[in-house]
Write a protein that binds this ligand. Structure first.
Ligand code: AMP
Ligand code: MG
Length: 214
């Protein structure tokens, strides 16, 4: 099974995933993150999920091929180069998803110099066959502030209006993804000071899915 969790840079998708898996591990729900094999902690009826970041897989490929030095250079590469790496990464992820349950941390669209690039074009959706799309959202002013305080990345500086446009594009394309796959779209809000609420909501969703009640 593969679940897509998408959020624009600064929405906090990676943080919500990490915190939810930690919460489930600590509460003995039998979920696992990348650092603990699914089989090690799986309890009766529960399903282990591995947290996999699409950007990590793309960066690994681009690094091996000597195309970039940092992950934030990927979205500035020529269109066809990005699409080629995207396809290679998709094949790797699809192969992994045959063996284990995956939470795929990625973006609905990537903002590039030549426009919004679909993170999951039809060919990728067919290969990955997601069960559910989860969108992690925050207010544009929260995203702008989080980006400006993130020293670990070369985040794009964008005004609130363009962040709002990007988030609207992500919502729109997520419903196209839903149409192409039949999988539903769940929106989880991750506002400042409310990470615990977002984490709990996502953890409960994973529990329901593992019990096959979603
Ligand atoms: P992240 O750390 O999630 O922001 O990912 C790093 C970079 O990987 C992004 O800035 C994009 O250039 C690229 N990336 C991640 N997911 C996708 C995707 N589904 N399609 C194309 N590029 C992606
Ligand atoms: Mg992330």
């Amino acid at each position: 099974m593969l679940i897509v969790v998408a959020g624009m840079p600064g929405a906090g998708s990676s943080t919500v995933i990490q915190h939810a898996l930690k919460l489930l591990r600590e509460s003995g729900e039998g979920f696992a993150s990348a650092s603990s094999p699914a089989s090690a902690s799986a309890s009766a009826g529960a399903v282990g999920f591995k947290h996999l970041n699409y950007g990590d897989v793309m960066f690994e490929i681009a690094l091996q091929e000597g195309i970039v030095k940092s992950r934030d250079e990927i979205r500035k590469l020529p269109q066809t180069t990005q699409q080629e790496i995207q396809r290679k990464a998709c094949d790797r992820i699809a192969a992994l998803s045959k063996k284990e349950n995956i939470i795929l941390d990625t973006h609905c669209t990537v903002k590039t110099p030549f426009g919004y690039l679909p993170g999951l074009p039809a060919e990728s959706l067919q290969k990955l066959s997601p069960r559910l799309f989860v969108l992690i959202e925050a207010f544009p002013h929260e995203i702008a502030r989080r980006r400006s305080s993130d020293r670990t990345r070369e985040r794009d500086v964008e005004d609130e209006k363009s962040i709002e446009e990007h988030q609207a594009m992500n919502r729109a394309i997520s419903m196209a993804y839903a149409c192409l796959t039949g999988a539903p779209v769940k929106i989880i809000e991750n506002h400042d000071g409310a990470l615990e609420k977002a984490t709990t909501e996502f953890a409960e969703l994973l529990t329901r899915i593992s019990q096959n009640s979603v």
